[in-house]
Ligand binder design. Structure first.
Ligand code: AMP
Length: 182
């Protein structure tokens, strides 16, 4: 049992399949006895993962900056909702509370959070697992770019190896369980 921080989209207007993925992740997280740490919004995939996690009995913690409470519609049903002053405080609170990080499809906010936690791990500033669930090739262009950076010597193999890429919900939780047990 661990606290899993899930990064995912806050944007509306995305395909229903992504909301279904977020729901499946929240349900599985709860079924496995984990707790959820998230951005504390009700909208889009963020809201779907939190609702499904709670429906499955998981404890949910949301961390939302005060100025985003309206835009992302604060998840007031969260078991614990932290309202912080800045985005930096949000990310720190999410990081501090999480044992592992799982990124789903998302936009620039998701990418920013993912890259920050991944680069910190690759610099040995933490040893928490970082997993990306890419169920439909959403991240294929990013993998191509990163692999190209590695081939040209800009990214070390050890750094790439710290970003665990999986394509199913089962595989995501299997790799999280394995890494959390190490
Ligand atoms: P997005 O992937 O752009 O839909 O955003 C997903 C989540 O990331 C939302 O909760 C955003 O508020 C959050 N976010 C946006 N910008 C940043 C940032 N610079 N650092 C951390 N999180 C962010």
């Amino acid at each position: 049992m661990a606290a899993i921080c899930v990064y995912c989209a806050s944007g509306t207007g995305i395909a229903e399949a992504y909301l279904e993925l977020a729901t499946a992740v929240g349900a599985r997280l709860a079924a496995d006895g984990h707790t959820l740490v998230s951005g504390g919004g009700r909208v889009s995939m963020m809201g779907a993962v939190a609702r499904a996690a709670r429906a499955g009995g998981a404890h949910t913690t949301g961390v939302i900056p005060v100025h985003l409470q309206g835009r992302e519609i604060a998840d007031t049903d969260a078991d614990e909702l932290l309202v912080v002053d800045t985005m930096r405080e949000r990310k720190k609170a999410m990081d501090d509370r999480a044992d592992a990080f799982l990124a789903l499809p998302g936009g620039i906010g998701t990418l920013e959070e993912l890259f920050e936690v991944w680069t910190a791990g690759s610099l040995t500033m933490h040893a928490k697992p970082v997993v990306v669930l890419d169920h439909d090739g959403f991240y294929a262009p990013l993998w191509a770019f990163l692999d190209g950076l590695h081939e040209r010597g800009f990214v070390r193999a050890e750094a790439l190896d710290r970003l665990h890429r999986v394509d199913t919900v089962d595989a995501a939780f299997a790799v999280l369980d394995r890494l959390l047990a190490e």
